[in-house]
Design a protein around this ligand. Structure first.
Ligand code: NAP
Length: 242
């Protein structure tokens, strides 16, 4: 049975991606860090689409947890295998570099950049054996242009962009594509406390994007039809930056 693993699948963009994967007929593995109620809500919504899945709790930035929970799941499977991996989990802790604490640097890099590495390491072997796979990494406009107040977040996302391009070349011959999506302002919990009216005025489309608009591009990159696209970063930002 073909599975799609979505890290940070409980809320926001990840949740919308889980629903898209369900529509494509995947068994959806919904990773989350702490919000079990939200993860169960997402699972119910996946089932309402006529597909199935399970919730999977681990901190993507913790190597041992990823090994135990995800590695253990993979090892125990005889029929299920992960064909699509969406590295979506991420946090932001915005502060000017001058005031940034070591933990704020480490936490943000841990959830995004370390998370990409630990999770992808577990999943890659199965894709290599099957000679097929789709990896989509959620980065950000900040990883391309850099955003003041987000030195940690910009570094984490820029790091994943470099890793995306390098890994894409390593595994291309095995039928695995590795791409990244760089959203601008998307309406989720992560952007809930921002002044949407003021910031949307800077966006040529004059609005924030929706999680569903991001998920639609994930679905495209996960499709067979996108098989010759790899090492790319696709912007979804309403014309804010290109
Ligand atoms: P969100 O609404 O805050 O949701 C974050 C998700 O990530 C939740 O499911 C959360 O799980 C999970 N998560 C956080 N840290 C984790 C960890 N260490 N291990 C496992 N799961 C973890 O965020 P979002 O706006 O949907 O963002 C999703 C991705 O898009 C992030 O990588 C973000 O950087 C990127 N992005 C977002 C925007 C935007 O405007 N929203 C723009 C550019 C890029 P719990 O529910 O358990 O807490």
């Amino acid at each position: 049975m073909k599975c799609a693993l979505v890290t940070g699948g409980s809320r926001g963009i990840g949740r919308a991606v889980c629903l898209q994967m369900a529509e494509l007929g995947y068994y959806v593995l919904i990773n989350y860090k702490g919000n079990q109620a939200a993860a169960e809500d997402t699972l119910a919504a996946v089932r309402a689409k006529g597909s199935d899945g399970e919730i999977m709790q681990f901190n993507v930035g913790n190597a041992e947890e990823v090994q135990q929970v995800l590695g253990g799941w993979i090892e125990a499977q005889t029929e299920k295998y992960i064909e699509v991996l969406v590295n979506n989990a991420g946090i932001r802790e915005d502060v000017l570099m001058y005031w940034m604490k070591n933990e704020q640097w480490r936490d943000v890099l841990g959830a995004s950049l370390d998370g990409f590495f630990y999770v992808t390491k577990q999943v890659l072997n199965g894709m290599l054996l099957k000679r097929y796979g789709r990896i989509v990494n959620m980065v950000s406009l900040s990883g391309l242009k850099g955003t003041p107040g987000q030195v940690n977040y910009s570094a984490a996302k820029a790091g994943i962009i470099g890793a995306t391009k390098a890994l894409a070349q390593e595994v291309a011959k095995r039928g695995i594509t590795v791409n990244a999506i760089a959203p601008g302002f998307i309406r989720t919990d992560m952007t809930a406390e921002l002044n949407e009216k003021e910031l949307a005025a800077q966006v040529p489309m004059n609005r924030f994007g929706t999680p569903e608009e991001v998920a639609a591009t994930v679905a495209f990159l996960a499709s067979k039809g996108a098989g010759y696209i790899t090492g790319e970063v696709i912007n979804i930002n309403g014309g804010l930056y290109s």
